[in-house]
Design a protein around this ligand. Structure first.
Ligand code: ZN
Length: 353
């Protein structure tokens, strides 16, 4: 009888807390560094692949073999933009076409091409929409992020904002046996994985999952990086593997959230990339000198997202609209540093209308 008591109290507390349900929006943001729209929408490129593991006859079969969670789940729970072969257009506004300017544009809402000109881990002078959300009492204490690459948290300036962040080989801000194990695995990885400034996505994934389970942030950002690393190394097959496993990680995160009453049915998910890559053998590169490497893509699904599947004949959309889209979902007032507000992404917008 005595042993049952704590369980009974816990059950009562659960009922009480449910009766005063907190309906503040929940938002999960995921980015894939430098994953091209070409692979997302058409799967493996026959001219670049060594192994035929992800080769199928049609683009629809190839993309589903490469990223099965996204293709089986997202079109039925939201929408996707950026498939240029279906005349859906998205791109960065900055002229750099590399990572820090991409993340800065994404979260600060404009292309600050005067000041944001390198990938160095220096604090962003611009204020991100995450910093604004953190200062809102509804989200303060309930917003955090993980990134594989160290400069992502500088681009959103987590330090000035004050929200928990862990990047590259920094320890997790959630302290459990699982996160301590992941920190050991990260430290024991030969060559530090991708070097001092970037840990492997599988470590980032594990820490992110444990934080979701332990501390239930209302706003949560996970920035994966393996895709860009393998592409730069000219390892196209490993680039495909990275896309495939990131798809699995995303699937597990969504599966977890939709099984937890804190997130289930209350969560919006946004996924995008920081830049594109060159075409054909130029896939290894991106930047000002690499043609078409400013081409990006975007998807949204979950709470309050219109179910339109893969969209066509729309845009052009810009990466700077990502910040406005976040502000819209979180119901916070956000004005980018240049004073110009962008419209949230509306998948039914077309400049031809
Ligand atoms: Zn890169």
């Amino acid at each position: 009888m005595k042993k049952l008591l704590p369980a009974t109290v816990a059950a009562l507390l659960t009922i009480l807390s449910c009766s005063k349900a907190d309906n503040t929006p929940r938002l999960v943001i995921i980015t894939l560094d430098g994953l091209r729209w070409q692979e997302l929408y058409s799967g493996a490129d026959e001219s670049l692949m060594g192994s035929n593991k992800y080769w199928r006859e049609t683009p629809a079969e190839r993309r589903e073999a490469l990223m099965p969670f996204i293709w089986q789940y997202v079109p039925e729970h939201g929408y996707m933009i950026g498939n240029r072969s279906k005349e859906s257009y998205m791109q960065v506004s900055n002229t750099m076409n590399f990572s820090y300017p991409g993340y800065s544009e994404m979260f600060c809402g404009w292309a600050d091409d005067e000041r944001i000109t390198s990938n160095n881990p220096v604090p962003n002078p611009n204020v991100s929409v995450l910093e604004v959300a953190w200062k809102d009492p509804r989200y303060n204490g309930s917003l955090s992020m993980y990134s594989s690459w160290e400069s992502v948290r500088y681009a959103v300036n987590s330090e000035r904002a004050g929200f928990p962040a862990s990047s590259a080989h920094e320890p997790s801000f959630t302290n459990t046996y699982v996160t301590r194990m992941l920190e050991d695995m990260d430290a024991a990885t030969p060559g530090e994985g991708f070097g001092y400034s970037e840990r492997l996505d599988l470590i980032t994934y594990g820490m992110a999952m444990e934080t979701l389970r332990e501390s239930h942030p209302k706003v949560f950002y996970v920035a994966f990086g393996d895709t860009d690393e393998f592409a730069h190394e000219g390892q196209y097959d490993n680039y495909l593997e990275a896309a495939h496993w990131t798809d699995r990680f995303i699937g597990r995160i969504v599966e977890y959230c939709e099984s937890d009453p804190f997130y289930k049915g209350k969560t919006t998910y946004l996924i995008t990339c920081d830049h594109g890559r060159g075409v054909g053998p130029e896939y290894t590169d991106h930047g000002e000198k690499t043609a078409r490497s400013g081409e990006t893509w975007f998807m949204a699904f979950g709470k309050d997202v219109p179910v339109l599947g893969e969209t066509s004949g729309n845009g052009p959309f810009y990466t700077r609209q990502f910040a406005a889209t976040i502000a819209d979902i979180l119901d916070v007032d956000f004005t980018p540093g240049n004073g110009v507000k962008s419209a949230p992404i509306d998948p039914e917008y077309s400049e031809n209308d």
